[in-house]
Design a binder for this molecule. Sequence first.
Ligand code: NI
Length: 263
Amino acid sequence: MSPGTTSLSEAQIAQFQTQGYLALNSLVALEEIARMRTMYDGLFETKAGRDVGDHFDLAGADEEGAPAVLQQILNPSRYAPAFGELACVQSALRIATQLLGPETEAQGNHAILKPAGMGVATPWHQDEAYWEPELQYNALSVWIPLQDATLENGCMHFIPGSHRGEVLPHHPINHDPRVHGLEVDNAPDESRAVACPLPAGGATFHLARTFHYAGENKTDQPRRAYIMMFGTPPQPGNKGRRFPWLEARQTARDARADQFAKQ
Ligand code: NI
């Protein structure tokens, strides 16, 4: 078994601080990737968490029975607790702690599936645009493909240095308030983008404000990605900040979550 990376060099830490992202070719042992794939496929086959709003189509109106072009499950570890016990969770936590500081903790996970032949692109966005606007974040996401990630199946792309700016205005994909997924209003200059193809077992780390994008899946195989979030506890530091794109959103996912909360 190939032991994955569990600590970063000074040069890697400096690179992350300058660029806002870092790609590692080896974080997860291949045996663990195989176990994750089995659990992952089981969750999507059963649409785990759909009744509580945790399974939905990130890029479509998410109507019952419609083919989902960008399926997401929030908190897969709630439905398959073994996700929380993986060795790569501890490896990623150690690395995230090196990058964000000693208070760093796990802050959730999600899964994004781009089905074979029909998985659409994840448009340019900043993750912080999805979060509570009045809080201040010191957080990153770890993106783990469960097969090779290539230009053809939708690997990640980043804009180096974009983590230093503010959160820019976003809107729901296709300007459809029924869509959960967000897209920045003015796409960054793509000539500055860096594509990060990865072998299975690799991962990318990116900060809350780093602009990123993942292409469509043009292959005849699903593109599976598992994402873990880590951060120090969010602080009340952005009082009065508003994200109008969240206030206007009316998704079927939110309706299912609200319905469940009322039961
Ligand atoms: Ni993102």
